[in-house]
Design a protein around this ligand. Structure first.
Ligand code: ADP
Length: 227
């Protein structure tokens, strides 16, 4: 699902963000990417969805050679991914339903399919009764659940989440983590970045720890030579 081999990333203006990261995440895993603020978690996720390019190394995600992807090919990679950020980043003038449906409409899905999949996704996150609410009428936790519905409505192979519980109270955060567990249970590979070690680890999870751009701990099997 994910392979990084000797990946490094340096931005122009700051100290190097990632040093020589090698890891492999198999299909169906749930991986926590942890480490203090500034450790490189966001950068690592950005490399996976091709929002940044590595300075060195090889990256494969859902079968794509991300490093060699041409800009016009990036949407094909993104269609296989769902991404959730710290803030829900919803469109404020659209309802919860419309925010989720939009993710399918831009892919040219037919109306019936949009209706069916959007309803299913909102059901999964427990918000079908608030489908017609605008973001301002929803709590931060509910807004984040809409963002999760939007990320999974297209049945992604891989769900990437960057501090998804960062803006919400502990009770809602626990609900969100349960939701990620459920999504993972249904077969989607999940990588969740958080600086918060206190997040409830409800199922046995894989864990990668970054510190100042280096991988200092990992429970994942190392890729073998020739992989
Ligand atoms: P984390 O998500 O663990 O907080 P980041 O990946 O955001 O860490 O940041 C890692 C390092 O890269 C930090 O030193 C940060 O200042 C730097 N960095 C992140 N994004 C940029 C950017 N767009 N331009 C320059 N430096 C950046």
């Amino acid at each position: 699902m994910i392979e990084m081999v000797h990946v490094s990333k340096a931005y122009d203006v700051s100290p190097q963000a990632l040093f020589d990261i090698t890891l492999k995440v198999e299909k169906g895993k749930f991986v926590y990417l942890t480490g203090p603020s500034g450790a490189g978690k966001t950068t690592l996720l950005k490399l996976l969805y091709a929002a940044e390019r590595p300075t060195a190394g090889e990256i494969r995600v859902t079968g794509f050679d991300v490093v060699r992807l041409k800009p016009r090919e990036i949407p094909y990679l993104r269609r296989r991914l769902g991404v959730v950020f710290q803030g829900a980043k919803l469109l404020s003038r659209r309802t919860a339903f419309e925010n989720v449906a939009f993710a399918l409409e831009v892919l040219g899905a037919k109306r019936r399919e949009v209706l069916k999949k959007t309803t299913q996704a909102l059901h999964l996150v427990g918000l079908e009764r608030k489908a017609q609410c605008f973001p301002s009428q929803l709590s931060a936790g509910e807004q984040q659940r809409v963002a999760i519905a939007r990320a999974i409505v297209n049945d992604p192979l891989l769900l990437l989440a960057d501090e998804p519980t960062g803006n919400i109270d502990p009770g809602s955060a626990e609900e969100i983590v349960k939701l990620f567990n459920e999504i993972n249970f249904r077969g989607t590979t999940v990588v969740l970045a958080t600086h918060n070690d206190g997040l409830p680890l409800m199922l046995p999870k894989e864990r990668i720890v970054l510190e100042r751009g280096r991988m200092v701990e990992s429970s994942l099997p190392m890729p073998s030579a020739g992989d």
